[in-house]
Design a protein around this ligand. Sequence first.
Ligand code: ADP
Ligand code: MG
Length: 247
Amino acid sequence: MLSSDQKTVFKGVYKMSILKTENLKKYYGKEPNVVRALDGVSLEIEEGEFVAVVGTSGSGKSTLLNMIGGLDVPSEGKVIIAGKDLSGMDDDRLTIFRRRRIGFVFQNYNLIPILNVYENIVLPVSLDGEKPDVTYLKKITSLLGLEERLTEMPNNLSGGQQQRVAIARALASKPAIILADEPTGNLDSKTSQDVLGLIKMTSRQFHQTVVMITHNEEIAQLADRTIRIEDGKIRESRWLSLIHISE
Ligand code: ADP
Ligand code: MG
């Protein structure tokens, strides 16, 4: 764990804040039965950081990720991604912003079964009417060991392989941030380590910011920072890595 002085130095050498939340709240229901799923979360994440969000079941992790990803609307507070305030966007703009600037990786992979591996990977880019960056895609698929599988259908792949396709898809649009909710939740421990290693390696390679939820403490230790959520509040933010200092 770093001292607060070291943390200041650490933060000082970062290039830019890519994500900021300000006093973010999400309440469900009405008094006296109101559920404070998120209860005043303010955090800042810098470009290229790999952050693990940890906490027990029901602590508010998925709610936080859904707010950051613009999949749900906060009761109060702000989400700012790459300088853009999500609360100022209507549904259409938010949908486009999400597709271009946010990469999602879910526990259930969420691949489209009728599209092959390559079509799944380029889907966010083609939905945007853009041409895929072929050189970049080659790099991604080769790093993830998918070059030989591009024409296969998702159902013919193992869970670990499907998640690698989902990671490639998340990277494909070069998003501002990748959000992953329990990406290894359905994988055995060996495959989890492999997939996590790949997320970390690709995020380093492309200086890609990743915010990942996990309840697996071992996996959380691979991140640059862990943020612990309890009862909808941040209880601890712990830096594990000084990797960015050398930049
Ligand atoms: P985690 O991902 O850490 O397990 P969640 O963010 O899913 O936790 O949930 C946080 C709290 O908010 C829990 O108490 C959960 O029951 C509640 N919650 C989440 N979504 C809803 C909803 N749509 N309606 C009511 N309560 C919800
Ligand atoms: Mg959850």
